[in-house]
Design a binder for this molecule. Structure first.
Ligand SMILES: Cc1cc2nc3c(=O)[nH]c(=O)nc-3n(C[C@H](O)[C@H](O)[C@H](O)COP(=O)(O)OP(=O)(O)OC[C@H]3O[C@@H](n4cnc5c(N)ncnc54)[C@H](O)[C@@H]3O)c2cc1C
Ligand code: FES
Length: 284
């Protein structure tokens, strides 16, 4: 059987048909980033694991892959935190509360945070990358006693781009070491200025049994992974989330393919040592 036939036969009937979710609420997080709170019109909650994504459609405009940003295994609306960058994300940002959008999935691999049980967990985010990592942080906090130190390192362009500021404070109050830095400060900004990679050296964690989860622009993930490995984290314990152009999300169209990898199926979350050669390769 060919690889495509194998993938086709593995797809459940209706894998390409979106379910309908109503926009229950919408929160503007920063000037260009917002969170959609979605409720299924059929009342059946979407089960997912932290790190997975859905294909979200604005009907009549298009469909895009977006990571789930809400907590897994708890009641409440399905959340997606989205940066308005183009046609579909703009249409989603203009969707009125009460309207319906399409959701396919969830798809892809997750962070598998339980692999870090017994050791320290370091989560490093750049920009919108904090959104896909949020469910991982919440999962660790749900089983706090199973983990050692928990560290969140977060870098954004400017103070105005800091996502989930209240939640970062809450995590800090819960004993998570939260270090935030910005590329460009403002006169009012009293925090750190500089690249997030510089925080890897300062954070308090034992690298020997640490699990590191990294999400952000590819260049940031590359340098962060290098800094983590230099600090002593095992390369196989560093995980990154890849972003590639996607159409089907289920391994059929080939849009997300890189050599032997289909990012929608084999990723988006992958061990860094498996993707070192892929980071930085431009899409075709
Ligand atoms: C697995 C996965 C998870 C994602 N999770 C999130 C998320 O949680 N929040 C979020 O805001 N975005 C996320 N993205 C990125 C999001 O899918 C793109 O921003 C979106 O597809 C852009 O579509 P558009 O029609 O609005 O813009 P377009 O008009 O298609 O593009 C606008 C600009 O964005 C660039 N772009 C388009 N798609 C991508 C992409 N996949 N990666 C990088 N640049 C792209 C284009 O080159 C162009 O410069 C994720 C992508 C993947 C693959
Ligand atoms: S998006 Fe179609 S194969 Fe991955």
């Amino acid at each position: 059987m060919s690889r495509l036939a194998e993938r086709l036969s593995g797809q459940p009937a209706g894998a390409m048909v979106p379910r309908l979710f109503r926009l229950a609420d919408r929160r503007q997080d920063t000037a260009d980033t917002f969170t959609m709170m979605l409720e299924p019109t059929d009342g059946v909650l979407l089960e997912f694991i932290p790190g997975q994504f859905t294909m979200l459609s604005a009907f009549g405009v298009g469909e895009v892959p977006i990571s789930v940003s809400s907590a897994a295994n708890v009641d409440g609306p399905l959340q997606h935190t989205i940066r308005d960058v183009g046609a579909v994300t703009h249409a989603l940002s203009n969707t009125p509360v009460g309207d319906v959008v399409g959701v396919r999935g969830p798809y892809g691999t997750g962070w598998n945070v339980s692999d870090g049980e017994g050791g320290d967990v370091i989560l490093v985010a750049g920009g919108i990358g904090l959104a896909p990592l949020r469910p991982a942080v919440l999962e660790v906090l749900r089983h706090r006693q199973r983990y050692g130190r928990v560290v969140v390192l977060y870098g954004t362009r400017s103070p105005a781009d800091v996502l989930f500021a209240d939640e970062l404070r809450r995590w800090d109050n819960l004993g998570v070491e939260v270090l935030v830095t910005v590329d460009y400060g403002t006169p009012e900004w009293m925090g750190r200025v500089g690249l997030v990679t510089t925080l890897v050296k300062r954070a308090g964690f034992d690298p020997r049994a640490a699990l590191a989860l990294v999400c952000g622009p590819e260049v940031m993930m590359r340098f962060t992974a290098a800094a983590l490995i230099e600090r002593g984290v095992r390369p196989e314990n560093v995980r990154v989330s890849l972003e590639r152009n996607m159409r089907c999300g289920v391994g059929l169209c080939g849009h997300c393919q890189y050599r032997e990898l289909f990012v929608c199926l084999d990723g988006p979350v992958l061990p860094f040592d498996q993707v070192t050669g892929l980071l930085g390769i431009r899409e075709l």
